[in-house]
Design a protein around this ligand. Structure first.
Ligand code: SF4
Length: 373
């Protein structure tokens, strides 16, 4: 964990990110990302909070609900995951079938009634190619029905072909989640059953289909700071920034190869959130797994640093999550409000509804208002 950062290249411009704070670009060098990431924490949070206010209402935080619609029995080998069939005996998790339509719709109705505006469904698959036509048709029908409830709908179903991405788009999917997890260099330590390029190819298929992209990572996998820099660099240099960037803190599950991993400290998460906010100013930065261990003060730091979404509900796929009542009390205490579904973003781009985002442009309107343009 204490790996030193590589020395800056001689022609790198250490002040550019500060001079151009809030600009939207995909041309970040890895050295620039390291400069942002290694900024003293409170300075970084200050700059991130400034960028956050250029594009977002800092009081508005979206509440999302994640449901595992097909649990366990996954042929992939992600060492952090309880759902891989490779260690199902050690974990003691039984593979389940794809949930029925009505059960899923009922969960979505409950989530909506409780104030969630985005419903995410996860299936422990390598990808839809692994399953029969009937199951795929059921998932598409779930997307269609939940979208008709006026909720944003996201799915995480593994690797997609362009045709499958097209099917999801046609069904009305708002966003597709496919995390890069960590840096390209560290990825082989996390799974042996697929390659980083496979992840990038799915993200490209999603983008091409016109679905908004949700891609982030996990901290606490045993990676070093250079891997966190590498992950953020990958995300911030995609041809368009993901509209949604989940930052997860590992919840180590007994029986998985990473069962003994130490949980990352809240301030490590704050640093990742703040860096993501500076690098991808318009994206929704989602404070995701691992929040259960965070105090209200820890979470307040994350919101200050630019996090503008949480997952609520009692479960996050297979691990426990914060109680909705506690979240409601925290929102009241911090003066936060719930973000409605499909709300256009202040800068007029990168909506969670999959609209195109113009990259490499300067943050004009709110930057000017802040006297920073
Ligand atoms: S993270 Fe997803 S792809 Fe990896 S083992 Fe778990 S369910 Fe399968």
């Amino acid at each position: 964990m204490a790996e030193p950062e590589p020395a800056l290249e001689p022609d790198s411009d250490p002040g550019r990110w500060l001079r151009e704070l809030g600009s939207i670009r995909s041309s970040w060098t890895r050295e620039e990302v390291a400069q942002v990431f290694n900024t003293p924490l409170l300075e970084l949070v200050f700059h991130a909070a400034t960028v956050h206010r250029m594009y977002n209402d800092p009081q508005m935080v979206q509440r999302c609900t994640l449901l595992s619609i097909k649990t366990g029995g996954c042929p992939e080998t992600c060492t952090y995951c309880a759902q891989s069939s490779s260690w199902s005996k050690e974990v003691g998790l039984k593979a389940e079938k794809l949930m029925g339509m009505e059960e899923v719709l009922e969960a979505a109705r409950r989530a909506k009634a409780a104030g969630s505006t985005r419903f995410c469904m996860g299936a422990a698959w390598r990808g839809p190619s692994q399953v029969g036509k009937g199951q795929w048709a059921r998932v598409l029908a779930m997307v269609k029905e939940i979208r008709a409830m006026d909720m944003e709908v996201c799915t995480t179903l593994g690797m997609l072909t362009p045709d499958q991405a097209g099917d999801l788009r046609e069904a009305g999917l708002t966003a597709y989640n496919h995390n890069l997890d960590t840096s390209p260099e560290y990825y082989s330590k996390i799974t042996s059953s697929r390659k980083y390029e496979d992840r990038l190819a799915t993200l490209e298929a999603v983008r091409e289909a016109g679905i908004s992209v949700c891609a982030g990572g996990i901290i606490g996998l045993g990676e070093g700071p250079t891997d966190r820099v590498g992950l953020l660099h990958q995300l911030a240099t995609l041809r368009e920034h993901p509209e949604s960037v989940p930052i997860n803190a590992l919840v180590a599950v007994a029986g998985t190869p990473l069962e003994g991993a130490a949980p990352p400290g809240p301030l490590e998460v704050v640093r990742c959130v703040a860096a993501a906010r500076v690098l991808m100013p318009r994206s929704v930065v989602r404070l995701s797994a691992g929040r259960l261990k965070f105090s209200k003060t820890d979470q307040a730091m994350c919101f200050l640093a630019g996090a503008n979404s949480i997952f609520d509900g009692d479960k996050l796929l297979t691990t426990a999550n914060n109680e909705r009542d506690e979240d409601a009390a925290m929102f009241a205490e911090l003066g936060l409000t719930s973000r409605p579904a499909f709300l256009p973003y202040p800068a007029g781009a990168a909506s969670s509804n999959g609209s195109d985002a113009a990259q490499d442009s300067c943050a004009a309107p709110r930057a000017a208002a802040l006297g920073m343009a």
